[in-house]
Design a protein around this ligand. Structure first.
Ligand code: COA
Length: 329
């Protein structure tokens, strides 16, 4: 009898643009202070893509690292999946631009939009494709240039976001199943708390939508903050339950890095000591769908995670969307 096919994590990678934008730099752009940003968010600096450096470029560099870490041949990849809310263009998908840059012609490629939960949604999608026997080696990327959808005159939002990309290779295996569980959720009734109103079918681009800055992110910060904590706790508990493991079995929790106060509140509600919670928000800011995967990659590279360790990724974002996954690295 054939054993059930599982998804094995073969390797991860990440890439951040060179330019660092510090809180001190932001003090010159809007009325804010390093002290306010640090205490209210935990962010000290974020990376910003250069002119002419696109989301697919960040995705490409992160992908090369993941492919190298996975030790597979480029031609073995049979699906390219990119989670992003800052695509190179509305269409073609950023996955298609990435596929071209990698030279993977004719391999299927598409984008997935679930805002900051994008990578966790992507893990669920890749797992399902692999278990269904449709694809064997999936390149899953979370890539964002949030700097391109930021209103740099709005101090409520421009202090929070940054650019970056992370990638993972998931591969079909009869021996291993590294994705122990996934739990996803969404509630579209909160759409207007975190969104870009312009550019789609509701408000197609006109001179007026540009004047009114409808093409950049709008956010009700306090409301988002309040919703994020219980949803992240709920998702984390559900994924843990589905994995059949206990809190003590999880070596490291990687929560979405949106605000240090959210991270601490989630950890406290779940009774997880902060030593077991991964934090890199001070140097990245919120990079939406690239957050959990770049954090996971950093945790592996810096030795916070070793082969065989269990880690839980937990995310929350616009939509609202939320999700969590327990994985073995
Ligand atoms: N610098 C200085 N002052 C600022 C500021 C900034 N960058 N941004 C806002 N303020 C001011 C406000 O104008 C307000 O002043 P007032 O009291 O005179 O009106 C005061 O600081 C408090 O603002 P408030 O919005 O109540 O602050 P907050 O404690 O809720 O923090 C956020 C604001 C945005 C940091 C916080 O709500 C947050 O992180 N929300 C979640 C955002 C998020 O995670 N989004 C992505 C989800 S994936």
């Amino acid at each position: 009898m054939n054993k059930k096919i599982g998804a094995k994590i073969l390797g991860t990678g990440s890439y951040f643009p060179n330019k660092v934008l510090t809180n001190a730099d932001l003090e010159k752009i809007v009325e804010t202070s390093d002290e306010w940003i640090s205490t209210r968010t935990g962010i000290k600096e974020r990376r910003i893509a250069a002119n002419g450096e696109y989301t697919s470029d960040l995705a490409y560099k992160a992908s090369l690292e993941a492919i190298k870490a996975a030790n597979i041949k480029l031609e073995e990849i049979d699906l390219v999946l990119v989670a992003t809310i800052t695509p190179d263009m509305f269409f073609p998908s950023t996955a298609c631009f990435l596929q071209k840059k990698l030279g993977l012609n004719s391999v299927p490629a598409f984008d997935l939009s679930a805002a900051c939960s994008g990578f966790v949604y992507g893990v669920a999608t890749a797992k399902a494709f692999i278990e269904a026997g449709l694809y064997k080696n999936i390149l899953l990327v979370g890539a964002e240039e949030l700097s391109k959808i930021t209103d740099w005159t709005d101090r409520n939002t421009c202090i929070l976001f940054g650019d970056g990309a992370g990638a993972m290779i998931l591969s079909a295996s009869q021996q291993n199943n590294d994705i122990l569980s996934v739990f996803l959720g969404a509630d579209g009734s909160y759409a207007n708390l975190l969104f870009i109103p312009g550019g789609g079918s509701i408000n197609p681009a006109t001179a007026k939508t540009v004047d009114e800055k409808l093409h950049s992110m709008k956010m009700q910060g306090k409301e988002v903050f309040k919703a994020a904590i219980p949803k992240m706790v709920f998702a984390a508990q559900k994924a843990l339950e589905l994995s059949g493991r206990k809190l003590e079995d999880i070596k490291l929790f990687i929560p979405h890095q949106a605000n240090m106060r959210i991270i601490e509140a989630v950890a406290k509600k779940m009774n997880i000591p902060m030593e077991r919670v991964f934090v890199n928000i001070h140097k990245t800011g919120n990079i939406s769908s690239a957050t959990t995967i770049t954090a996971l990659d950093e945790a592996i590279k810096t030795g916070r995670l070793n082969k065989g360790d269990l880690v839980e990724l937990v995310a929350f974002g616009g939509g609202f969307t939320w999700g969590a996954t327990v994985v073995k690295v």
